[in-house]
Design a binder for this molecule. Sequence first.
Ligand code: PAF
Length: 200
Amino acid sequence: MLIFESPSAMAAWSSAQRSDHKTIGFVPTMGALHDGHLMLIHEAQQVSDVVVVSIFVNPLQFNRRDDFEHYPRPAALDLERCRERGVTAVYAPTADAMYPAGFDTHIEVGQLAQPLEGAGRPGHFRGVATVVTKLFNAVQPHAAFFGEKDFQQLTVIKRMVIDLDMPINIVGCVTTREPDGLALSSRNARLSPTQRDAAI
Ligand code: PAF
């Protein structure tokens, strides 16, 4: 399994794959991979010659510093899970490679980003749209796979690729759930028993 840490290294490899007429499937993640992510990888593998998984905890999409700092980052385990599942390449850029000093450009999302999670987390979808655009530019995927769990995010990304003429097929994938119905999420590990009951 290949691992790339800079946008230029990732883009060079992807360009070579495209020159070779390989289709690239892409699963963007923030790591702490669970069975929901593995399902996205599986879906990507069904329709792509090569599959890239990105692992990057994006500071731009967190409106609370403590949430960003406590976000789980089991890096070695994540790489192992990708390797086991036959992922072709992992793109794990550093924060400096993504947002070097002087970084000053963002994707502004419109009405779709106003209600629901957008109302509770100001700037969240602006951060998501910006990082996803940067990830798309590096990975150059033919198709990208997102969970329906984050339905507003999926909707925002689908709109963005239409509005910005990005030639990428955005595929929404069914939510993977615990036996009692709770959607799998990297943040579930941080719920107290009371919160976990309420989450269902
Ligand atoms: O859904 C996520 O894990 C993130 O919002 C994404 C799409 C990887 C962007 O950081």
